[in-house]
Design a protein around this ligand. Structure first.
Ligand SMILES: Cc1cc2nc3c(=O)[nH]c(=O)nc-3n(C[C@H](O)[C@H](O)[C@H](O)COP(=O)(O)OP(=O)(O)OC[C@H]3O[C@@H](n4cnc5c(N)ncnc54)[C@H](O)[C@@H]3O)c2cc1C
Length: 352
């Protein structure tokens, strides 16, 4: 955060263990922001601005400063959602000095299905028209897709007084799933999302099914973008499965010339491979899940870890796949002492 950031907001959180809260916030945000910690004061700097969290007794005094009203709301939302999450079942409350009335989420975008096309046998692309695609250009690439219940007038979430998203409930409960904006088509005013079809007999897959069934003209919403920005590094190792393939493809397309990319992707078989292109130098290896023998579930994480062992410290490590695989990769990176500012390791889905 810099002092020139003109949009400011203060808040106060009350919690029983302020030290634990600061610890968890610092531990979590080190991969998403520049984090400075001096005893009972934590200071975060990111593209949304700055956040100062200062512990005083059982209170944490929060001061946010951002370059725009939109960024300030995003920053408040991120701080609020995480503090409530880390508080868990402990008593916790959070008040903001101003703007405390529930309001409109400035990052809620109403979009309309234009059409669907097959990228590969198991990857379906849905194209959405969006009145203003500018917030999706050149920044974060992740969104939450919000699909209203069939046959009901949609009730969209609002901004709650505590800074969190206030979700509709009961019969108005929305389907919410995280996805990656694969491409922003500025000329057509379209956003593309690639949905991996992962059918398992007898198991509902509402996100994947939405892509399969969405008729042109259907109205849904996207919340974001938030998280998942282009790694700022000359050498990047990208690894993941089909759920990460849209993000990997987009990163490959957007890195500047001169970037060295090593890529490892697991898909079902060769029919699921996609052509990745971009200005960087690309060294891609595809793993075919259907050809693995033995304990095929661990092949991707094992291969990722073998690759990581060959990389110097200056490589940015970007990994997204199933939760247990991510855990194994994180443990290895921690053991190696890999700089956490030089990695993005996220689970994109979880075995039921
Ligand atoms: C930041 C982020 C970005 C993402 N981007 C994309 C994207 O661009 N495209 C994309 O397809 N996915 C993406 N994902 C993953 C996607 O959100 C999950 O796969 C989600 O669980 C799909 O919802 P669903 O309703 O189809 O299945 P769910 O209802 O969540 O799960 C139903 C069953 O399917 C299994 N399952 C879920 N996902 C997968 C999978 N990928 N492979 C195998 N089995 C699975 C679950 O274990 C469960 O048994 C992203 C996730 C995150 C966190």
């Amino acid at each position: 955060m810099n002092s020139a950031a003109p949009f400011k907001l203060s808040g106060t959180a009350h919690t029983t263990d302020v030290g634990a809260m600061l610890d968890q916030m610092c531990e979590h945000f080190v991969e998403h922001a520049e984090v400075q910690r001096q005893g009972r004061h934590a200071f975060f700097t990111s593209r949304s601005g700055t956040a100062s969290l200062r512990a005083e007794g059982r209170r944490i005094l929060i001061d946010l400063a951002s370059p725009s009203q939109h960024a300030l709301q995003a920053s408040r939302n991120v701080i609020a959602e995480h503090m409530f999450f880390f508080a868990g079942d402990e008593p916790f409350d959070l008040h903001w000095a101003t703007d405390s009335q529930p309001g409109i989420l400035t990052n809620l975008h109403h979009v309309t299905v234009v059409g669907t096309e097959k990228v590969t046998p198991l990857m379906l692309r849905v194209k959405f028209s969006c009145a203003d695609v500018s917030p999706f250009i050149g920044g974060d690439m992740h969104v939450r897709l919000l699909v209203p219940p069939a046959g009901r007038q949609p009730v969209w979430p609002t901004l709650g007084a505590d800074g969190r998203v206030a979700w509709p409930g009961g019969d108005d409960t929305l389907l919410v799933r995280a996805y990656t904006i694969r491409k922003v088509d500025v000329g057509r005013g379209e956003l593309w999302i690639d949905f991996f079809q992962h059918p398992e007999p007898g198991i509902l897959t509402p996100g994947a099914d939405f892509a399969r069934d969405a008729p042109p003209g259907m109205e849904v919403a996207l919340l974001g973008p938030g998280s998942g920005h282009l790694p700022q590094a000359r050498r990047i190792f990208l690894a993941g499965d089909e759920s990460a393939l849209p993000a990997i493809a987009r990163i490959a397309e957007e890195v500047p010339a001169g970037t060295e990319l090593r890529v490892l992707i697991e898909v079902a078989d060769e029919n699921e491979e996609q052509r990745l292109a971009g200005a960087g130098s690309l060294d891609i290896r595809w793993l075919h899940r259907n050809s693995h023998s033995g304990n095929s579930g661990t092949v991707l994480s094992e291969e990722i870890m073998i690759m990581i062992e060959t990389l110097d410290e200056d490589w940015f490590v970007w990994v997204a796949c199933e939760k247990q695989d991510v855990r194994a990769v994180r443990n290895l990176l921690r053991k190696r002492g890999h700089d956490r500012r030089n990695m993005y390791v996220a689970w994109y889905w979880e075995h039921a």
